[in-house]
Ligand binder design. Structure first.
Ligand code: HSE
Length: 342
């Protein structure tokens, strides 16, 4: 597999570190020997080398001055579109910033890549929320892989898990804690931190979005539940179809009162199949301590699938982070590598 990385922020750096760290095991156990031949980022620079880039050298340059312009080899300065179209990569790793309103720039870049018969892996929620079906159709028409595990709980498996192991099982309902920042704030408020102090700490940990309103007001969770509904439950929802309420409606007093009754406030994203269609919502709820989701604390996320065959299946794990989201891309690359080899 020859990879072109579009965007070289935290997520793709996480992927590069994992490719280096796990080189031997990827080769031995999975016969996976990827070559990164191109990187394009509007801030840190772009480089293309037909024979492959030296990942150690790229990471060292980034460490030194957050720039790859001094990479000693290759063609410099290609923008993302040219890189996708003209580099010799067969697989595009798209990790540009999420925009839930327009999906751009990721949406156009993914379209270009799929139309040029390149596999695509992405962690970008915007394009999947806005255009999952269209993109999937282009991928099928062109017989290329299209994976986006990292758009839900970063590397904690949700999409790949359900698609590859819930065979013949119907998912009737999903409830989850899908935003680490909101859960972290609610957890810290239980031990006496103010909302402002807790948000400050969440930003310091690097889990909050650049505009934390998306975390606090529930839009990030809404995007994730739309993806789950459309990809795993046959839905065709838009964000505007989700009823959304954030944690800004919960006061410190509410949290302390619930705790006294052994209850916990959680921001719950849910989607359910009903007779009148698929209904999704995001809202803070008070959970009793019998509810397994009440035990999910800090920045950890969790998702509970209610199925027709196995009852409830719950997965919990990190929902953000450099290594964790980088791993989502790696798991998608392995998925495509395996399906293309079989
Ligand atoms: N801001 C998100 C969160 C990160 O707090 O969960 C990943 O989507």
């Amino acid at each position: 597999m020859k990879l072109a990385l579009i965007g070289l922020g935290t997520v793709n750096r996480g992927l590069l570190e994992l490719l280096l760290e796990k080189k031997d095991i990827l080769q031995k156990e999975y016969n996976f020997n990827p070559l990164v031949t191109a990187i394009s980022d509007p801030v840190v620079g772009s480089v293309f080398s037909e024979k492959g880039l030296n990942i150690e050298e790229i990471l060292a340059l980034l460490q030194k001055d957050n720039n790859i312009k001094d990479y000693p080899d290759g063609v410099k300065g290609w923008d993302s579109e040219k890189t996708i179209k003209e580099a010799n990569a067969d697989t595009i790793v798209e990790a540009t910033p999420t925009n839930l309103k327009t999906g751009e720039p990721g949406l156009s870049l993914i379209r270009t890549a799929l139309n040029n018969k390149k596999n695509v892996v992405t962690t970008n929620k915007g394009p999947i929320v806005l255009a999952y079906r269209e993109l999937k159709d282009i991928a099928s028409k062109n017989d290329v892989g299209f994976r986006f595990e990292g758009t839900v709980l970063s590397g904690t498996p949700v999409i790949n898990l359900a698609e590859s192991t819930f065979k013949g099982i119907e998912i009737k309902e999903v409830r989850g804690i899908m935003n680490g920042t909101a859960n972290y704030i609610l957890t810290k408020m239980e031990i006496g931190l103010s909302y402002e102090e807790a948000l400050k700490k969440a930003r310091k940990k690097g889990i909050a979005e650049e505009q934390p309103e998306a975390d606090i007001k529930g839009w990030d969770s809404a995007a994730k539940i739309v993806i789950v509904a459309n990809v795993l439950m046959g839905g065709d929802l838009k964000i505007k179809d989700v009823s959304v309420k954030g944690i800004d409606t919960v006061t410190e007093k509410d949290i302390i009162k619930a705790l006294k009754d052994h209850k916990h406030w959680k921001l719950i994203a849910s989607v359910k199949k009903t007779e009148s269609g698929i209904i999704a919502s995001v809202a803070p709820e008070i959970l009793s301590d019998q509810d397994p989701l009440s035990k999910i604390t800090g920045s950890i996320n969790a998702i509970n699938f209610t199925t027709d065959t196995l009852g409830n299946i719950m997965v919990s794990g990190p929902g953000a982070g450099k290594r964790e989201t980088g791993y989502a891309l790696l798991s998608d690359l392995l998925y495509i590598n395996k399906t293309r080899c079989i």
